[in-house]
Design a protein around this ligand. Structure first.
Ligand code: FUB
Length: 336
């Protein structure tokens, strides 16, 4: 009985650590991987804000099957998106939860992968959630004046719905994991997809499609695309299927965002104890970083699980020709 009460109290503490909405300001030191240890976190999406801070958005993993009210499916239970920030990659501030799927009037389901981008002083937050049950994955967009929110639904409906794309290998699971970039000519591009990698231009308002949805053929593609441009090359870093049956991270490069894309190989292997891995690549203060998640953290008696992942970061290096060197996932991370 005492054991049960202790487990329940621990569980509440783990949840409380991450669930302060807008205004929570805990700080913590980067002590190696996993980077975030106050609660379970997944699907990292880094962004540099005009204030010079790196903001990190991620989902709050809460797979506590033995906890009353547990509603997770597929081993996940992700009820909110979290935000962290840093000036130096050493000291981090937790801004708590910035949004929940229920903040979108039309959405049901969980807080899957997201990405935030700043345009003209506004922060556009693209998220994966569901538009209906079961499994009609969808992409929403919210907007805020500050990176840590408060965010509100920008259009009052889904930006991408499952009936806008052909049902590829994953059927109604096609439309999630958004990534956004602004091209040199000012065109914003939205890329997303599970099983199929989709690409579409956005209008300058960031909240409407400006053209047809294209399919980007990507070798060994599973999900979690992360697109960006560096020194004239386009990159798509994405979750691929590894030889062990767990996801790895691969990448492709192109001279034109619409293709053709050349498969370049693996960026890193499977994440420890996790079926999924999800990339977020960023250049910050002269260093390049690969954010990803693994499942090595044990918090309050809960060990590794599909839905108890933790955000990690390791340094990423480019070769002279722009190709990416293989990234070893380390426990030390970027701590010197
Ligand atoms: O976290 C839920 C889903 O798992 C994400 O949307 C995928 O990228 C995978 O990490």
């Amino acid at each position: 009985m005492t054991k049960r009460i202790l487990l329940f109290v621990s569980c509440i503490l783990v949840l409380a650590a991450c669930s302060n909405k807008n205004g929570a300001k805990n700080t913590f030191k980067n002590e190696g991987n996993p980077l975030v240890r106050e609660c379970y976190t997944a699907d990292p999406a880094p962004m540099i804000a005009p204030d010079g801070r790196l903001y990190l958005f991620c989902g709050h993993d809460e797979q506590f099957d033995d906890k009353p009210g547990y509603e997770g499916k597929y081993g996940f239970n992700i009820t909110e998106w979290m935000c962290y920030s840093t000036r130096d990659m050493k000291t981090w501030t937790s801004h708590g939860a910035v949004m929940k799927p229920t903040d979108f009037s039309w959405a049901v389901g969980e807080a899957w992968a997201s990405q935030c981008i700043e345009v003209d002083g506004k922060f556009y937050f693209y998220v994966s959630t569901q538009s209906g049950d079961p499994d009609c994955k969808a992409i929403g967009v919210a907007v805020a004046d500050r990176p840590e929110g408060p965010y509100k639904d920008a259009i009052g409906k889904a930006l991408i719905l499952d009936d806008m794309t052909p049902n590829g290998p994953r059927g109604w699971w096609n439309d999630f994991d958004p990534t956004v970039m602004i091209d040199d000519d000012g065109t914003p591009w939205l890329c997303w997809g599970n099983g199929t990698c989709f690409l579409a231009p956005l209008k300058k308002n960031m909240t409407e499609l400006a053209g047809e949805i294209r399919i980007l053929p990507m070798e060994n593609y599973v999900e979690g695309p992360w697109i960006y441009k560096r020194n004239g090359h386009y990159y798509n870093v994405y979750a691929s299927m590894g030889k062990t049956g767990n996801e790895t991270i691969s990448y492709a490069m192109a001279d034109n965002i619409e293709g053709p894309w050349t498969f370049m190989g693996e960026v890193t292997g499977p994440a420890k104890d996790s079926f999924t891995i999800h990339p977020g690549v960023i250049d910050f203060k002269g260093h390049n970083y690969l954010f990803y998640h693994n499942s090595t953290l044990s918090l309050e008696g809960y060990g590794p699980a599909t839905g108890r992942r933790s955000v990690c970061v390791d340094e990423l290096f480019y070769n002279e020709d722009g190709s990416i060197r293989y990234v070893e996932q380390t426990e030390k991370g970027i701590v010197k």
